[in-house]
Design a protein around this ligand. Structure first.
Ligand code: BGP
Length: 479
């Protein structure tokens, strides 16, 4: 494997997780029920089921996660041994506001994060915090219809403000909504529900609902940016975009136009959050589709005033697309328009492995949004095997990280991209967001637990642990 390039001093090497995928303790410490808590397990290639409450006999993997809620002191100690400079996680909204619409926050929930952040600082690890990572109070979904309701802006901003005030001196890097653009596959209820809680309200015209919900999220996010800067001008508040560049399958101009529209559609979220305005094409699109959205001038002013400080993004894979015969408008429909790219390999879950796509994406975002970037997710979900002596050899994961980190380093060194840090996804094994499985593992730290939550929960180090440890120690040179 080739040698790496040393990163600039102070580069934030880290790891990333999300509250609902690892904490467990779903009904402890006064926590309310979140939408993640009512999602049953899926399986490889099968979407998880959203239930209308918790029923006996169903498996809800987010109820136990990997038990970080109880084990965080020993886990953070391991993260320190790995050498992490930062740790990305999220605050479970329901620990702070169990129902979402209360006036007063839940002290036990606030204290949990206080203690956990203190534990990080003990080892010089900087917490990087997402406010809403694929979850919201289930009560807000049932009673208000989630983000289809403008009232969510008020509830979210109250939650954000309480967190900004409480953790004013403990957290500097924030993100508002995880993968806010992972709603563009609006035919698939799963990402919609996770981001917006829309699933339980209507089942027709989801595309229009998606644009509406996203708009309310943009306003809430922009207001949160402004609130944050008032509380602490040093706060850095970012967007969080799921970046999968969409390539044209061929150089046929029709495919080029199709891919261009697909990129516009999937990434207008970044335009709004990083540039402060909706792109030109979108109003024409809404008019042609007959969408009638609740967007007013004061919202647009808020969006303009609440531009993010940086763009956090996840990168796992690239996509490819191709125009359909005879189609006139080149509209993007994520459910039907993606095709297989013959030039890249795929993971066991069909995710296209494309390290150069990471460098390409970093260039594309920099040219378009002119903001510092932060790679807050990147990783390889795979089956791992524990050997008789307890060791776990995961060369496939090391290869994936090696190839992606090298491209990341080239983007910084050779292309001038400004990059705050790199936090590989699920550096400790956790529940998969899409399938609810434990066996789709991303970790450098193995957790002894199966898909039903059985196992000793014992943590052990995979080969990738030692590999990443040396990458961090050499600041990216020893790859
Ligand atoms: C991103 C999510 C994460 C995480 C990751 C891996 O979309 O932000 O929460 O889960 O993907 O996905 P999965 O767990 O489905 O393999």
């Amino acid at each position: 494997m080739s040698e790496g390039i040393q990163m600039p001093e102070g580069f934030l090497w880290g790891g990333a997780v999300a509250a609902h995928q690892l904490e467990g303790g779903w009904n402890e410490g006064g926590k309310g029920v979140s939408i993640a808590d009512v999602m049953t397990a899926g399986a490889k290639g099968v979407a998880r089921k959203v239930t209308d409450g918790v029923k006996d006999g169903e498996i809800y993997p987010n109820h136990w996660g990997n038990d970080f809620y109880h084990k965080y002191p020993e886990d953070i100690k391991l993260f320190a041994e790995l050498g992490l400079k930062c740790f990305r996680t999220s605050i479970a909204w329901t620990r702070i506001f169990p129902n979402g619409d209360e006036d007063e926050p839940n002290e036990a929930g606030l204290k949990f994060y206080d203690d956990m952040f203190d534990e990080c600082h003990k080892y010089g690890i900087e917490p990087v915090i997402t406010l809403s990572h694929f979850e919201m109070p289930y009560h807000l979904v049932k009673e208000y219809g989630g983000w289809s309701n403008r009232k969510m802006i008020e509830f979210f901003d109250r939650f954000a403000e309480v967190c900004f005030k409480r953790y004013k001196d403990k957290v500097k890097y924030w993100m508002t909504f995880n993968e806010i653009n992972n709603q563009t596959d609006w035919r698939d209820p799963h990402p919609l529900l996770q981001n917006s809680g829309l699933q339980l309200t209507k089942d027709d015209n989801w595309e229009e609902e998606m644009f509406q919900a996203a708009h309310y999220e943009f306003v809430a996010s922009a207001r949160a940016v402004q609130i944050a800067h008032k509380i602490n001008p040093d706060f850095q508040v970012g967007a969080m975009i799921a970046m999968c560049p969409i390539y044209p399958l061929t150089s046929n101009p029709r495919d080029i136009m199709k891919a261009e529209r697909a990129m516009q559609y999937r990434y207008y979220f970044g335009d709004v959050q990083a540039l402060g305005y909706y792109p030109e094409w979108i109003e024409k699109y809404w008019a042609r589709k007959g969408f009638n959205l609740d967007i007013n001038n004061s919202d647009l002013a808020t969006i303009k005033a609440g531009v993010v400080d940086y763009v956090g993004f996840s990168y796992y894979m690239s996509f490819a697309t191709k125009a359909h015969d005879g189609e006139e408008h080149f509209d993007y429909d994520e459910h039907n328009d993606l095709v297989s790219n013959p030039y890249v390999e795929k993971s066991d879950w069909g995710w296209q492995i494309d390290p150069i796509g990471l460098r390409y994406s970093m260039n594309w975002m920099t040219t378009r949004w002119h903001k510092p970037l932060f790679i807050v997710e990147n990783g390889f979900g795979a089956y791992d095997k524990v050997e008789a002596d307890g060791s776990i050899h995961d060369p496939y994961r090391i290869q994936y990280f090696h190839d992606h980190i090298l491209q990341m380093e080239k983007a910084v060194k050779e292309d001038g991209v400004k990059l705050i840090g790199y936090t590989p996804w699920g550096h400790i094994d956790l529940v998969s967001a899409s399938t609810g499985e434990m066996k789709k593992r991303y970790g450098m730290i193995y957790v002894d637990e199966d898909d039903e939550g059985h196992g000793s929960l014992k943590r052990s180090k995979k080969d990738s642990f030692y590999w990443y440890q040396k990458v961090i120690k050499s600041n990216g040179k020893d790859l």
